[in-house]
Design a protein around this ligand. Structure first.
Ligand SMILES: NC(=O)c1ccc[n+]([C@@H]2O[C@H](COP(=O)([O-])OP(=O)(O)OC[C@H]3O[C@@H](n4cnc5c(N)ncnc54)[C@H](O)[C@@H]3O)[C@@H](O)[C@H]2O)c1
Length: 339
């Protein structure tokens, strides 16, 4: 069992364990009142809700379930869950446990951030992507018709419990999505190398990813500087995700977005031909190929609605090679010429 402490506006521990054996002891000091809501999706609920409930003996536990998938990160579910907490008599001392992937983490995170102006939030991530990225750092959000993650707040959890045991039921396609975010870390911080990724030692990859994310969040919690680096591949990735109407997963679209980010980095002179080829090779290893299904105009019109936009420009993260990236301001028209 390993512990990573995040020292942001809230100080909290992230446990990395092989199983749920330490969950009861981890939760005991974090849960203040009697009432606990486990917010989850219908896939994860069937697989793991009872195991988590059995770690919560002595509390009044309610399981609140939404359908699995990105479509659930919406305003209707947000209001439904908040109403359920009110109906169940939740107070400021009650606790929300987000049990699931990034969709549940973001949705349940926003509910706990806003219910009575903020109640205790524990993240128990069950996908590789949520273990290495979304469960830590405090970004919560739902999607609006206009785009992804447009309604949200920064709200750090009170604790995060990562159990590698969840990976045994995770479909290969979801593993690839997690590898996509891990590959992103390899482009922004040298602590994860292409060699590490090819070894696929998940415990090591999760630990290194979380250390990188912890360091960035501690330096720039609200994304006014360094945290933008975590958006490598996401500017185009989010646009593609929206254009596919969320039928492809976030991780797959981010991998496609990283191909574009490599193109832009090379075209603007930040990345050598060799660096570009090595980057493409690493992305190819995920099995996800570049996206050619949409016109430049389609991508441009969605990208302009993204949070990273700033008038006629966008903060775009380019890489100069593995372990080194930086945000640069690029005019949309220039960007669209290149990708
Ligand atoms: N807050 C952040 O910092 C942050 C960072 C990255 C991504 N995100 C968000 O995360 C979301 C993507 O997260 P995701 O990839 O985890 O998707 P997800 O939550 O939709 O989970 C993917 C699928 O795997 C299933 N699943 C989850 N755990 C399982 C398990 N252990 N075994 C079997 N099936 C399981 C889910 O039911 C779902 O069908 C996106 O909405 C994205 O915007 C947020």
């Amino acid at each position: 069992m390993k512990t990573i402490t995040v020292n942001a506006s809230k100080k909290y521990n992230v446990i990395i364990s092989s199983d749920l054996g330490g969950l009861t002891a981890f939760l005991a000091p974090l849960i203040k009142g009697d009432k606990v809501a486990v917010i989850t999706d219908d896939t994860v609920s069937k697989l793991y809700a009872s195991e988590v409930i059995s770690a919560l003996k002595g509390y009044e536990v309610s399981v609140l379930t939404v359908k699995s998938g990105e479509d659930s990160k919406n305003a209707t579910n947000f209001i439904y869950l908040a109403n359920e907490l009110a109906r169940l008599g939740f107070s400021r001392t009650s606790t929300v446990i987000a049990l699931g992937g990034g969709v549940i983490g973001d949705l349940a995170g926003l509910v706990s951030a806003t219910f009575m102006r903020g109640i205790t939030l524990i993240q128990i991530p069950t996908t590789l992507l949520s273990m290495v990225d979304s469960s830590v750092g405090g970004k919560t959000a739902i999607d609006l018709d206009a785009g992804k993650n447009l309604l949200g707040v920064f709200y750090q959890p009170n604790g995060v419990y990562v159990s590698l045991s969840f990976l045994k039921t995770l479909p290969q396609r979801e593993i690839v999505c997690g590898l996509g975010e891990i590959t992103k870390y390899a482009f922004i911080d040298g602590r994860i190398t292409p060699q590490d990724i090819s070894e696929k030692n998940y415990e090591k990859l999760i630990e290194k990813s979380l250390e990188i994310k912890r360091d960035i969040v501690e330096r720039d919690e609200k994304e006014s500087g360094d945290r933008m680096l975590l958006n490598f591949g996401h500017t185009v990735g989010h646009a593609i995700e929206k254009l596919y109407n969320y039928t492809l997963s976030h991780g797959e679209c981010v991998i496609m977005g990283m191909y574009s980010a490599l193109n832009v980095s090379k075209a603007l002179g930040y990345l050598s031909e060799n660096g570009y080829n090595s980057g493409v090779k690493l992305l190819n290893e995920t099995g996800v190929m570049p996206c050619n299904d949409f016109s430049k105009d389609q991508i441009l019109s969605v990208m302009k609605k993204d949070k990273k936009g700033d008038g006629d420009s966008v903060n775009f993260v380019v890489t100069t090679g593995f372990g080194s990236s930086k945000p640069v301001k690029i005019k949309y028209e220039k960007l669209i010429e290149i990708i």
